[in-house]
Write a protein that binds this ligand. Structure first.
Ligand code: GAP
Length: 459
């Protein structure tokens, strides 16, 4: 009987990358990746048993871990590791006054056209040819453009009258401005300081699409950094560099990531300068995050509308001022998807295809999988006990079904960085085999040393 993990292929160290000609941003790969996300439990169409619902998606058992890891990595870098940023979790339901002040009721619109021939609606500024309907291909069939407000409205309470009108927030940012006074009065922050928030936002997008890239319900990771006015330019440059670094550190390939400054006609109503962090998606460069210099627009607008003075008194200098705001605003759902695309790799190993998600260990849904070579005693008990020990620190898979090669394949597709195999020799030598996802190299280490071995590698 075999006493070491049966090799997944004839040799375990013979990976021959075969994907030079088809990088993961190749449009041909898009369908394969979307397919994998469904097959392996990352993302499902929402309400699928009822035929799905208008570009909404549910994150499955594996996807929820990836998404959570992206948000945790952002929180770690933006809040936990800094002494100048505090967190917030503000409400999604918001009264109209907030959106009047922020300008969203007037300005948060997209130009919409209807095709008179087929009845489909389009976002005019996103059409390749503003005169041609992408649906039925008719030309000159559009209505005059009209501004369509992207906010979802509802009513809070049992009476659906004007006084109960509320909006689902289209960005997390405003909660950080409306709580400015609360935060400076209840914590010891002083400019420059930031307030960070992760949470759901809602936009009634005219043309959602590209899988989870543009949806009507999505998650954002935003931070408002309040600075003395004269320092705004300096911190705008600082945050552009910091944010780009974050994506690179988590494994985004340099050649698939860029920073792009907005042209004057692209700027939002509140912004004097914005740069986007863009990823090279299968359909071209597109936005992951915007870093904006919002000036004093928001605090002044809310001061005017609410009557509450939202400013800062610098006691040392004896001056009062309205801080300016630098805002790095990222999409969590979109970013998780981009990390998935960047990680997807196909290689040929001894004539067989291997699909592997080369996710950074911090983002990988499962950090480790424990795989006993047999379901028999004592392998199963040892493996289960090891998995229980590892779960104390990491999300850990346990799988005892099918041939070991197939189990490795499954973990590769889930992006699990390490597989620990308990085999027939374990009870004699007290050791297990750890297999590396990327190199497929295997090392044998003492059973009781597994957690210590993994810890520095999963940081
Ligand atoms: N507070 C500023 C703000 O919300 P934004 O550029 O409109 O700026 C920030 O949004 C980020 O939120 C975008 O870069 C994108 O990643 C994400 N996002 C925006 N709309 C989205 C949508 N419909 N679906 C998925 N993500 C979206």
């Amino acid at each position: 009987m075999s006493d070491t993990p049966s090799p997944e292929f004839a040799s375990s160290n013979d990976a021959t990358p075969s994907n030079d000609a088809t990088p993961s941003n190749d449009p041909g790969r898009f369908d394969q990746i979307v397919n994998l996300t469904k097959r392996r439990g990352f993302v499902y169409p929402s309400a699928e048993i009822y035929g799905g619902f208008r570009s909404t998606w549910d994150y499955g058992p594996v996807g929820v871990l990836l998404l959570r890891n992206v948000k945790d990595a952002w929180w770690r870098a933006m809040v936990q590791q800094r002494d100048d940023v505090v967190g917030l979790d503000a409400s999604i339901l918001t009264p109209p006054a907030v959106w009047e002040a922020s300008g969203h009721l007037t300005n948060f619109t997209d130009p919409l056209v209807d095709c008179k021939k087929c009845g489909q609606r389009w976002r005019l500024d996103k059409l390749e040819d503003p005169d041609k309907c992408p649906g039925c291909k008719a030309t000159g069939s559009f209505t005059e453009p009209r501004n369509f407000n992207l906010m979802f409205s509802t009513h809070a309470g049992p009476v659906a009258d004007e006084g109960a009108l509320a909006y689902l927030r289209p960005e997390t940012a405003q909660g950080m401005f409306t709580n400015f006074k609360n935060i400076i009065n209840t914590t010891r922050v002083r400019p420059p300081f930031g307030v960070a928030q992760v949470g759901k936002s809602f936009r009634n997008e005219i043309t959602p699409g590209n899988f989870v890239f543009r949806t009507r319900e999505f998650e954002q990771m935003e931070m408002e950094y309040f600075v003395p006015p004269e320092d705004a330019e300096k911190y705008y440059e600082y945050w552009k560099a910091e944010r780009e670094r974050w994506y690179l550190e988590l494994g985004m390939p340099r050649e698939s990531l860029r920073l792009r400054e907005h042209e004057a006609d692209e700027l939002s109503h509140y912004s004097s300068a914005t740069a986007d962090v863009e990823y090279l998606f299968p359909w071209g460069w597109d936005e992951l995050e915007g870093i904006a210099n919002r000036g004093d627009f928001d605090l002044k607008a809310h001061t005017e509308r609410s009557g509450e003075r939202l400013d800062w008194f610098d006691q040392a200098e004896g001056v009062r001022y309205v801080p300016h705001v630098i805002e790095p605003a990222a999409g969590a759902t979109r970013t998780a998807f981009a990390f998935l695309l960047a990680a997807y790799d196909v290689e040929e190993v001894r004539g067989e295809e291997r699909v592997v998600l080369r996710l950074h260990p911090r983002l990988a849904p499962y950090k480790v999988a424990v795989l006993p070579l047999s379901k028999k005693s004592p392998l199963q008990e040892t493996a289960r006990a090891l998995a229980a020990e590892l779960r104390d620190e990491w999300s850990c898979e346990y799988d005892e079904n099918q041939a070991i090669g197939r189990r490795y394949r499954r973990q590769d597709e889930l992006g699990t960085p390490y597989c620990v195999t308990v085999d027939f020799e374990t009870s004699e030598d007290g050791a297990v085999t750890i297999r590396d996802r990327d190199s497929m190299e295997q090392v044998r280490i003492p059973l009781e040393g597994v957690a210590d071995w993994l810890r520095p590698r999963l940081k």
